[in-house]
Design a binder for this molecule. Sequence first.
Ligand SMILES: Cc1cc2nc3c(=O)[nH]c(=O)nc-3n(C[C@H](O)[C@H](O)[C@H](O)COP(=O)(O)OP(=O)(O)OC[C@H]3O[C@@H](n4cnc5c(N)ncnc54)[C@H](O)[C@@H]3O)c2cc1C
Length: 383
Amino acid sequence: MDYGALRAVWIDNVERAEAVGAMLAEYSEQMDLQERFAPEVIALLKQLHVWESVHGSDDEDTSLALQCRWIEALAARCTSSAVLVQSQLTVAHTLLLSGMISAQDLVEPMRGGVVWGWGLTEPDAGTDIMGMVTTAERDGDDFVINGTKRFISNVGMATNYLVFARTNAERGSRSLSAFVVSADEPGVSVSRLESKMGLRASPTGDLVFESVRVPGTALVGEVGDGVKLALNTLQWSRPLIGAVSVGVARGVYETLRDIEVPDEDAVRVLVDGEQARGHAIADILIKVCAARSYLYDVAHRADRTGKLPPMWEAAAVKTFCSDTAMAVASEAVRLGGRAAVMPGARLQRYFRDAKVLQIFEGANQIQRNAVMRGLRGVDFHEM
Ligand SMILES: Cc1cc2nc3c(=O)[nH]c(=O)nc-3n(C[C@H](O)[C@H](O)[C@H](O)COP(=O)(O)OP(=O)(O)OC[C@H]3O[C@@H](n4cnc5c(N)ncnc54)[C@H](O)[C@@H]3O)c2cc1C
């Protein structure tokens, strides 16, 4: 392995990711206030070749650590933009996993500006995906999809959706299947948009399927592969949510550093109140570093071994990083006082965004169940 070349790729990506992140900063507060994802940002991501950089153009290039590093840099400035990129990578992972598409085939449409949405959740199927009632019935060579997906990110903005539907009425591990559906397909509509507490620029809403006919080639993998694909995708996507969380936590720290931290001479003559505030910021920095180290430990290990992070660890890293983001954002809002709670204040946006990170992609209580199930399989000799 050529470590020098790998290092050069890493440094080049870090520099570009940080530069793109810095450009997003000017949009994030406005987009949050207006609850609208600016089309200029999608154009910018396209123009700066973010999709292909993040994804890698062949299967060999796909690196979890590199994807996390890009997402961290974007989230530090604009959580909604980071979530947009993260959701593309999540769909991409499912499609690659199923063997439906190669990295090269996938990157090309993304480069052209294709945006994906991922449709699993329903009004009565959130944490428990087996509650899903959307159906895909076979009709000759086609499938006909009926049902409503709820809380779908990128809704209305996406040009394609990866949709999970029931192909077998019996509950069970082979009862769901996944389909690629174009947003333009007759019968696909957006019936409502949510006004959310956090991730306000990222559109979320209901996606309705009324007798939507798709060809058999829209099936991802085999009939009945839906649960397996969804679960295996989580092993990739949960660390990516960890990366969004690390970006938010880091953004919190950097915001405080830029407005609060005195220079070295001033630190020597701190009065009590200032020292207490300084310790609080020091604690925030320590927490950010711990979450960041854990994230990249998991991601680099996955790259090194060529194996997905185990389910328990994908859950653990998502939980630790998002709980850290919430803890540091909450403390930062306290430190910021009245200025931090005003509309348009960056710290309160991080606070609101962090709360969503603890809930979506599986609430952190559900992650703890996954960690609990993995307890016996943990072997530090192998890590
Ligand atoms: C901003 C946003 C974007 C989203 N984007 C998408 C998307 O693109 N595609 C998609 O398919 N879905 C999406 N979702 C849905 C998301 O994945 C679900 O919200 C999440 O899985 C939790 O489901 P729920 O909201 O129905 O919570 P519920 O299942 O109603 O649970 C509510 C709370 O109860 C607790 N709880 C539930 N079950 C247990 C248990 N067994 N043990 C302990 N505690 C429990 C947890 O604290 C949980 O937070 C999005 C959600 C949000 C908020």
